[in-house]
Design a protein around this ligand. Sequence first.
Ligand code: MN
Length: 203
Amino acid sequence: MGENDKLKSYREKRDFRRTGEPSGGERKPGNEPLFVIQKHDASNLHYDLRLEVDGVLKSWAVPKGPSTDPSVKRLALPTEDHPLDYADFEGTIPEGQYGAGSVIVWDTGPYRNLRAGKEGDGLDMTGALDEGKVEVWLEGQKLQGGYALIRTAGGEDERWLLIKMDDDGADARRNPTSTEPASVLSGRTLEEVREEDKAQNGG
Ligand code: MN
């Protein structure tokens, strides 16, 4: 399946004459795959976790956002693949458009596939996704260390859980979604992006 086919669902949901979101295909993949977590105040506030895999961003909506406490399991609902250039998108998706609301990049950085094996003899990301068990090492500004994504239901009601793995990045007392709300790219909060875009568009 080509990159264009993977982004069919993404493109069908959006009118690129109305939304400032990227239409995709402009950014070349780097050497290190990227993760990004975007905070998005759509009809329900959520965090979008995205992992670069084979030229697209595999995506999940995480209503409560990631935790640094390994005993906490966070629901993660799969959403359509996004283009790589979505990784640095911040702004406000206009009313009436799919996902209307403001978006900031809450955290981003490179990631490693922990299931690849020391000799690279394990599973690649596609294999791990197919199996429903992804383990990645995040090197973000707010989140570091291993995170597991476990598929708990498939088909129409596909659901996953996002769980911090128990390593040096684990900390049951940290609560970065509350204490570190700002964008790692622009330093702005979601509220600031919303107000700036409102002012630009004449309220
Ligand atoms: Mn979203």
